[in-house]
Design a protein around this ligand. Structure first.
Ligand code: GLY
Length: 421
C-alpha cells in the first residue's frame, strides 16, 4: 500500500513514521515533505505545493496511492478533499465545508452555539468601529480572534482594552474581514483530538501543548513548543463528558448540516478551575506538536484507523490500543522564532539522540548535499516515552541535549504545570 501525506512539518514526519511501522505500507509519499522524510528510504518527497491539487491528484492516480492524509489546515480550507474525492481518491480530512470549523471562528462559534456545546461567550463583528465600540464597554482580560486562518497568530489574549482595540485594528488592516471577541476563561488548556468518520468518534489520548515561546508560558504565541500525552488532567469521567457534551454534539451538528466530516476533529479545550471543559477552538486536522506526542503511544495500526474513518466504518472498529505510560515532545526552534530567524544551519546529534531512545521528528529542515539543515522556525520535535510522564520528560531532555544547531532554542519546562501539581 502507498500512502500520500500532505504537509512538511513535524506532524507529517510523525504521521509518515507511524504509517511505515505497518508491514502493509510500502511507501509514504510526502508532499512536499522535509529533511526528515527525505532521509527515510521508505519515503519519497514530492516537490509540489500543498495547494497544487491537480498535481497531487495526477501523482496519486498514476502511482495507485491508496490513501491521502492531509496534515495542514490550509489545503483543507482550500478544498483539497473535495477535489481529490472527485478524482475517486480516498482522502482522510474534512471537506472545505467541514474545514470551516477551523477556517472561520465565527462559523465555528455559531455551530457550537446551535449545538449547545460549551464555549466562552462571544460577539462577532464585520465592522471595525462596531467591534471597538463594543470593546470599550467590556472589561479586560478579553480575547480577540481573527475570523480566518492566521497560522497561529490570529488570537490575542488582551490584558487591557487598549491592547484589544489594537488587535482589532491590526486584524482589519491585515486582510481579515471579521473578528470574534470572546470572554477570557482561565484554567488549563488541553487538546483532545478525535478521529471521526462523520458519525462515530474515537478520541485519541488527551494531550497538552505549550503555545508560548517562553518558559512559564510567557512571550508571544507559537505553533507549539512542546506537548505531552496523556494529560493527567483528563480522567475517564472528564473524557466521557468531553465526548458526550462536546465531540458528539459537534459531529452531529456537522452531519445535520450535510457536511461530510471524515478526519480529525481537534477540540482545543480550557478546563476551568471547577473542572468544566469549554471549547476555545476547533481545528480540522491533527495538532502539531500534539501528534508527535500521541502517535508514539499508538499500538493500533494507524492506516487501519484512518481507513475506518474514510470508509465510514469506525463504529465497527475495535477499541484503539495504546502503549502504557506517557510521551513528551520538545520542539527545537530557530533563534528569533516566532519572529524572524535564519535558515541553513547544519544540524548535528540526531543519531545520538536516537541512541538515547528518542524519536526525532523533523519540521523546518531540508536535506541538501548530504547534510540536514535548518529551514524553518520550528526545526525539530524530539519525543521520548516513559513509564511515567516525569520519566518521559526527563528522557526527552536527555535526548535533545545531544542535538545542536546554531541558535537552537527550546523550552526547558515542558510539562511544568502538571508536574508541579
Ligand atoms: N498545537 C496547536 C495546533 O496544532 O494548532
Amino acid at each position: 500500500m502507498k500512502i500520500l501525506v500532505v504537509g512538511n512539518g513535524g506532524r507529517e514526519h510523525s504521521l509518515a513514521w507511524k504509517l511505515l511501522q505497518s508491514q502493509r505500507i510500502k511507501q509514504v509519499i510526502c508532499v512536499p515533505g522535509n529533511g526528515g522524510t527525505a532521509t527515510n528510504p521508505q519515503c519519497q518527497n514530492l516537490s509540489l505545493r500543498v495547494d497544487d491539487f491537480a498535481g497531487i491528484a495526477r501523482f496519486a492516480l498514476v502511482h495507485n496511492v491508496s490513501l491521502v492524509v492531509v496534515g495542514p489546515e490550509l489545503p483543507l480550507a482550500l478544498g483539497i478533499t473535495d477535489y481529490l474525492r472527485r478524482q475517486n481518491l480516498v482522502v482522510f480530512g474534512p471537506t472545505q465545508a467541514g474545514a470551516q470549523i477551523e477556517s472561520s471562528k465565527a462559523w465555528a462559534k455559531t455551530l457550537m452555539q446551535s449545538a449547545g456545546v460549551p464555549t466562552p461567550g462571544f460577539a462577532m463583528f464585520a465592522d471595525k468601529d462596531e467591534a471597538i465600540a463594543y470593546l470599550k464597554q467590556q472589561d479586560a482580560p478579553i480575547v480577540v480572534k481573527a475570523d480566518g486562518l492566521a497560522a497561529g497568530k490570529g488570537v490575542t489574549v488582551a490584558q487591557t482594552i487598549e491592547e484589544a482595540v489594537a488587535a482589532v485594528e491590526f486584524l482589519f488592516k491585515n486582510k481579515f474581514n471579521a473578528v470574534v471577541i470572546e470572554e477570557c476563561v482561565m484554567g488549563q488548556e488541553v487538546s483532545v483530538l478525535a478521529l471521526t468518520d462523520g458519525i462515530t468518534i474515537r478520541p485519541l489520548l488527551p494531550a497538552q501543548d505549550h503555545k508560548r515561546i517562553g518558559e512559564g508560558d510567557t512571550g508571544p504565541n507559537t505553533g507549539g513548543m512542546g506537548a505531552f500525552a496523556p494529560s493527567p488532567l483528563v480522567n475517564p469521567s472528564l473524557m466521557a463528558r468531553i465526548e458526550q457534551d462536546i465531540l458528539q454534539p459537534t459531529v452531529k451538528a456537522l452531519q445535520e448540516r450535510g457536511i461530510d466530516y471524515r478526519g480529525v476533529l481537534y477540540a482545543g479545550l480550557m478546563i476551568t478551575p471547577q473542572g468544566n471543559p469549554t471549547v476555545l477552538e476547533f481545528n480540522c486536522r491533527f495538532g502539531d506538536p500534539e501528534t508527535q506526542a500521541i502517535l508514539p503511544l499508538l499500538e493500533t495500526p494507524l492506516h487501519e484507523l484512518l481507513l475506518a474513518c474514510t470508509g465510514r466504518k469506525l463504529a465497527e472498529f475495535p477499541p484503539i490500543s495504546w502503549q502504557s505510560g506517557a510521551a513528551a515532545c520538545v520542539v527545537a526552534a530557530a533563534q528569533g522564532y516566532p519572529g524572524t530567524y535564519q535558515k541553513g544551519h547544519a544540524i548535528s546529534g540526531i543519531e545520538q539522540a536516537q541512541e538515547r531512545g528518542a524519536m526525532v521528528f523533523c519540521a523546518g529542515t531540508q536535506f541538501k548535499q548530504e547534510q540536514l539543515l535548518t529551514d524553518g522556525g520550528r526545526v525539530l520535535a524530539v519525543t521520548a516515552t516513559g513509564e511515567t510522564l516525569e520519566g518521559a520528560i526527563a528522557a526527552t531532555y536527555r535526548a535533545i541535549d545531544c542535538i545542536e544547531f546554531e541558535g537552537m532554542y527550546y523550552r526547558k519546562d515542558i510539562g511544568h504545570r502538571v508536574i508541579q501539581t
